[in-house]
Design a protein around this ligand. Structure first.
Ligand code: SIN
Length: 305
């Protein structure tokens, strides 16, 4: 269904799937009026992910658009430890292309990037990420975004009750392509690996809505449980987090801009042929607060007040 939300903006918003994502039609991300941005922001909090097609953005345009959502984060440390774009250190390049010097121009290669939330191993993880396509392969490399609000709703009440008050340690040793981050020591023991604990059920800091917050599966650990109990509980939670009916799959064309809210979604990428080229530029909007546990009693009291 398409909706035009403002008499002052020509933009149209169309839901991209039943649970997550909306396409903003008619927007030029390099030239947005305040009225246009108000439409985009309302769609953002309602749908948790946005698609703007057919854009022509320089890095400076991408940075300017991203800053409308908040201050930008420095990109994560990648497997090469490099800044990818010298004049724009805010830009993280996601690519399989290898430069003339034999060094990859970006991160994550051509393999699958497994389900994850960006940089959840930080104490204040980024609020959001924006990915803009410069070159795309003829097939493969689709990016999937899944609703963590829908995942939580799909869980049996007894499971929701069981995880309330529990925290997961979010490990950042490997990126979602499975590469060891520069400067970190390889570790595959979830109990002893280095990471930041966050509540499993969080309240979205703006909408207040409850969301499942898992980060990534590798080296995750539910604090206070035995390793076996933690693995069993995580397997159960990941079943609900990765149900295909709660996901939107984005088939890329050059000039697409896809944004996802790291607080209420997870994302993954399909593999693609390593002999083809895929070049994407990504920005990240800095986290404003630490993930906070969802407290239904506080919500009830607020509603009564
Ligand atoms: C990412 O995880 O940020 C990359 C997703 C993609 O390459 O589509």
């Amino acid at each position: 269904m398409s909706t035009s939300l403002s008499a002052k903006s020509p933009l149209t918003v169309r839901a991209a799937s039943a649970s997550v994502g909306a396409e903003i039609i008619g927007a030029d991300a390099a030239n947005l009026s305040d009225e246009d941005f108000a439409v985009i922001q309302a769609a953002w909090y309602r749908h948790s992910a946005l698609v703007l097609r057919d854009q022509r953005l320089s890095d400076a345009d991408l940075i300017r658009f991203s800053r409308r959502f908040g201050e930008l984060d420095p990109p994560p440390v990648n497997e090469n430890g490099k800044t990818f774009v010298a004049d724009h250190p805010e830009i993280y390049v996601v690519s399989n292309v290898v430069g003339a010097d034999g060094v990859p121009i970006g991160s994550l290669g051509a393999g699958e990037a497994v389900w994850h939330t960006d940089m959840s191993y930080l104490s204040e993880p980024p609020d959001a990420s924006a990915l803009y396509s410069l070159e795309v392969p003829p097939e493969g490399g689709d990016t999937w975004v899944s609703s963590m609000e829908a995942a939580l709703t799909a869980m049996p009440p007894a499971l929701r009750e069981r995880v309330r008050g529990l925290r997961i340690k979010h490990d950042g040793t490997y990126n979602s392509g499975g590469y060891l981050r520069k400067g970190l020591t390889a570790s595959d023991d979830p109990v002893t690996s280095v990471g930041t604990p966050h509540p499993i059920v969080c309240a979205h800091p703006v909408t207040g809505r409850p969301v499942l917050y898992l980060g990534r599966r590798r080296n995750a650990y539910v604090m206070g449980l035995t390793r076996e109990a933690s693995e069993a509980l995580l397997d159960e939670l990941w079943h609900y987090a990765t149900l295909p009916e709660h996901a939107y799959a984005h088939r890329w064309q050059v000039g697409d801009l896809l944004m996802w809210d790291n607080r209420s979604t997870m994302h993954r990428r399909d593999p693609f042929d390593a002999n083809t080229r895929r070049v994407m530029h990504r920005t990240q909007i800095k986290g404003s607060v630490q993930p906070r546990a969802y407290d239904p009693e506080a919500v009830r009291q607020e509603a009564l007040a």
